[in-house]
Design a protein around this ligand. Structure first.
Ligand SMILES: [Ca+2]
Length: 131
């Protein structure tokens, strides 16, 4: 049993670089297990199109949530947080499919749009900005 999440893209992410642009990567945590996408250098509109997969010990109950974090990658120091979102898996577990628009919060208080849908317990997440 497994759960897959397709992390598609983001747009208009906050720029935290002085001389270039943020280097975004997406981290998703399910039940304490972290998966991350590759880093897209120097791009505020990254297209990851990457599938992250978790092996599950048991069927999801619906009380779980996905913790989604978008970071600016830094080679020499800590990555910088660009935005976060906690997504409940309740609907996708009870209905088998889901189509959601939700908000990804950034440090500056900007709101970024997230849409999520699922087919056969695989979640497809599209992260994008609305600001
Ligand atoms: Ca960086």
């Amino acid at each position: 049993m497994s759960l897959s999440v397709l992390v598609k893209s983001a747009s208009s992410l906050p720029n935290v670089e002085k001389f270039s642009k943020s280097d975004p990567m997406c981290v998703i945590v399910l039940q304490g297990e972290k998966r991350k996408t590759k880093v897209i250098d120097n791009n505020l509109d990254p297209q990851w199109n990457e599938t992250l997969t978790w092996t599950l010990q048991a069927a999801l109950s619906g009380s779980e949530s996905l913790e989604i974090e978008v970071y600016d990658y830094e080679k020499l120091r800590s990555n910088r947080l660009l935005g976060t979102l906690s997504l409940s898996l309740q609907e996708v577990v009870s209905r088998g499919s889901q189509n959601v628009n939700s908000a990804l919060k950034s440090k500056k208080g900007e709101v970024m749009q997230v849409c999520l849908f699922s087919v056969d317990r695989s979640l497809f997440v599209c992260v994008c900005s609305c600001v």
